[in-house]
Design a binder for this molecule. Structure first.
Ligand code: NI
Length: 217
């Protein structure tokens, strides 16, 4: 586990207020004065909502990170291809949206490998990042697999309140340089909130980056 990741995990344990990439711990490549944020979308791909999101991001010239559920890729390969071709980063969110700590190491690895294989078949790209469902990560996986877990620093609970205005306000209230924003591209309200956040933060001088650009390996 590298320094930036450790800080990120600590950030999750300690709660808000500790910014993963502002600590100056040496694990970050963020320059002073920069205003960088990463939008991340879990649980897709989803026909309709993911497609609308991709159109909105393209119009705004913004890149994001998509953590895909393996079983949702079936039948939605064209969407996955589009995500990749548009320049977004694709990560893994397990095949069946499972708690990786609630199963054997072998099962957990299979959840990741099956998903990564599917993503590779469609995009030709090797998956390097995983967002563990429920934020539950089994560190033993890292001992045998080249994959980096990515949690988040801003959670507007978009799955709970499907109100785009409310979700957008929650994000804007918390967003700071270095933040990783958690959203789900399976709800219309989340897509609308995300595009609103992009417009607002671009106007404030923020730049949107993908996870690999935010976290130094
Ligand atoms: Ni999820």
């Amino acid at each position: 586990m590298d320094g930036a990741l450790l800080v990120l995990l600590l950030c999750m344990i300690l709660g808000k207020g500790t910014k993963a990439v502002e600590t100056g711990a040496g694990g970050s490549d963020i320059q002073r004065g920069e205003k960088l944020v990463a939008l991340t979308f879990d649980d897709g791909p989803h026909p309709g909502t993911t497609t609308r999101l991709l159109e909105g991001l393209k119009e705004r010239g913004v890149h994001a990170t998509f953590f895909l559920i393996g079983k949702n890729i079936e039948g939605n390969e064209e969407i996955v291809k589009q995500i990749s071709e548009d320049g977004h980063l694709i990560g893994c969110h397990t095949y069946n949206h499972v708690d990786l700590t609630g199963m054997s190491l072998e099962q957990a690895k299979r959840e990741l490998e099956q998903t990564n294989e599917k993503i590779f078949q469609v995009t030709g790209k090797v998956v390097e990042y995983v967002r563990p469902p429920f934020g539950k990560w089994n560190e033993k996986i890292e001992e045998t697999m080249e994959i980096t877990p990515v949690l988040w620093t801003v959670d507007p609970r978009d799955w709970e309140d499907k109100d785009s205005g409310l979700v957008e306000r929650r994000i804007l209230k918390d967003a700071e340089n270095g933040d990783i924003i958690l959203l789900h591209d399976i709800y219309d309200s989340s897509v609308e909130a995300a595009l609103g956040v992009v417009d607002d933060l671009l106007a404030e001088g923020y730049e949107f980056v993908t996870i690999d650009e935010l976290i130094e390996e």
